[in-house]
Design a protein around this ligand. Structure first.
Ligand code: TMP
Length: 409
């Protein structure tokens, strides 16, 4: 181990009142796919804490960001439902906020899945630290990408070169940030006076309701709900004026913010969700203790089921997702139980899943050597995958859906 730091104060409010509630043990980085089954992925502690002051849920340890993101195997466009989601997202922000020649800056632009679907009339700039992923955005979508990890310095340079943005976007990236306060300074630097800051993050409410602990991993440092997010934005004079729940990544929120007193009216949804969070007990440590107990019980149920199924037939994994790697490692499942995992991402194929040494194969393997049971590790795409794998089920194959409710279909 090594190559990580631990916090003693909250990343948002700097309080020292941190309460540790979930320790998933030492796990490998979820995108650290290995070239050989005997290569051992480095592991790091995965412990989650709750700030008793601002209620922000976050990891205690920060694995060096460069270790995780410089060469990345997560390509958003590998999953068709995400392409559709970001197509709709691009239409929504264009209709609501953008006019010709507006500058749009996306932080964590990945392979250009969102910026590439904006109309040509706007100027789009991406900021993305993973060189291999940024290259795809440049090549496939002809985008300008600054290949760096976003921070306040990068923001100043982008602002000097391109000016201030009508829209700053950040999807599935704010949760990856260690220095949240500096990140907010960067957004403040880049945003035009009447600009909008729109972000998507997995929603803590869904995570707690559904017990989806497998979405917790070293890349995801923060698990947001509205109140701590509002506290962070308020430090830079920004306010949330709208919020929508989105079905992606097991349940997310899209948050719309502007400078305090900006042009957009505040919708009722912001207060609705804040009220929901209070009623769910998101400010109470007991809520998090209960969640941790549920997770231990879940591990018993899943491993018991899979061991029984593996005695009756073959089991493969479907989708070498990040959350799948958490699930497998936390539950101690490896190539003894799971023969192989199929995945549509070329960069993951012909590798071995971190920590479990399960071979990752292209989807053709699933057709050529169908297992008796397929553990749906990309469970956030259950509907889309069940719809495209009708042949497998008609031939007697069964999917084991691990989350949000353990099921065999
Ligand atoms: P994600 O849940 O983080 O988006 O990752 C899902 C992973 O599953 C990603 O590596 C792509 C893969 N995948 C498949 O292999 N087949 C599919 O049909 C879908 C939708 C995703």
């Amino acid at each position: 181990m090594g190559n990580y730091d631990s916090i003693t104060t909250c990343r948002i409010c700097r309080s020292g009142e941190l309460f540790g509630f979930l320790d998933l043990g030492d796990l490998p980085a979820v995108n650290d796919f290995q070239d050989s089954p005997t290569d051992v992925a480095q592991t790091y502690p995965l412990e989650t804490v709750f700030c008793k002051d601002c209620n922000h849920v976050q990891l205690r340890n920060t694995v060096a960001r460069a270790t995780l993101f410089e060469n990345y195997t997560y390509f958003s466009s590998a999953s068709d439902p995400m392409v559709d989601h970001f197509g709709d997202y691009a239409d929504t922000i264009t209709d609501r906020f953008l006019t010709a020649d507006d500058l749009v800056v996306e932080i964590g632009s990945n392979d250009g899945i969102l910026l590439g679907q904006l109309p040509d009339k706007v100027r789009a700039v991406g900021v993305e630290p993973a060189h291999n992923v940024a290259k795809v955005a440049e090549r496939e979508h002809d985008l300008d990408v600054i290949t760096e990890m976003f921070d306040s310095d990068v923001a100043s340079r982008v602002e000097t070169k391109y000016g201030r943005a009508a829209a700053v976007l950040a999807n599935n990236v704010v949760g990856h940030v260690d220095d949240l306060r500096d990140f907010a300074v960067g957004v403040d630097t880049l945003l035009a006076d009447d600009g909008v800051f729109v972000l998507e993050v997995p929603y803590l409410v869904d995570l707690l309701n559904d017990g989806t602990f497998d979405t917790m991993y070293h890349e995801h440092i923060s698990y947001f709900c509205i109140r701590p997010m509002a506290t962070l934005l308020d430090q830079r004079g920004l306010e949330i004026f709208d919020v929508e729940r989105q079905p992606v990544h097991g349940g997310s929120i899209r948050v719309y913010a502007q400078r305090r007193g900006g042009p957009h009216d505040r919708t009722g949804y912001v207060d609705d969700l804040t009220t929901l969070e209070r009623h769910m007990g998101l400010a109470d440590v007991e809520t998090y203790d209960r969640f941790a107990n549920q997770i231990e019980q879940y591990r018993e149920r899943l491993t018991g089921l899979l061991e029984a199924l593996a005695r009756q037939g073959t089991v493969a994994g479907y989708g070498a997702s990040a959350k799948g790697n958490v699930l497998l490692n936390y539950c101690g499942l490896d190539s003894e139980t799971i023969d192989y995992i199929v995945d549509t991402t070329p960069a993951k194929q012909n590798t071995y899943a971190p920590g479990t040494a399960i071979p990752v194969e292209p989807p053709s393997k699933f057709q050529e050597h169908p297992p008796d049971y397929a553990l749906l590790l990309a469970w956030n795409y259950t509907d889309a995958i069940l719809a495209k794998e009708t042949e497998f089920r008609e031939a007697g194959g069964r999917f084991v859906i691990p989350q949000p409710k353990l099921d065999v279909v």
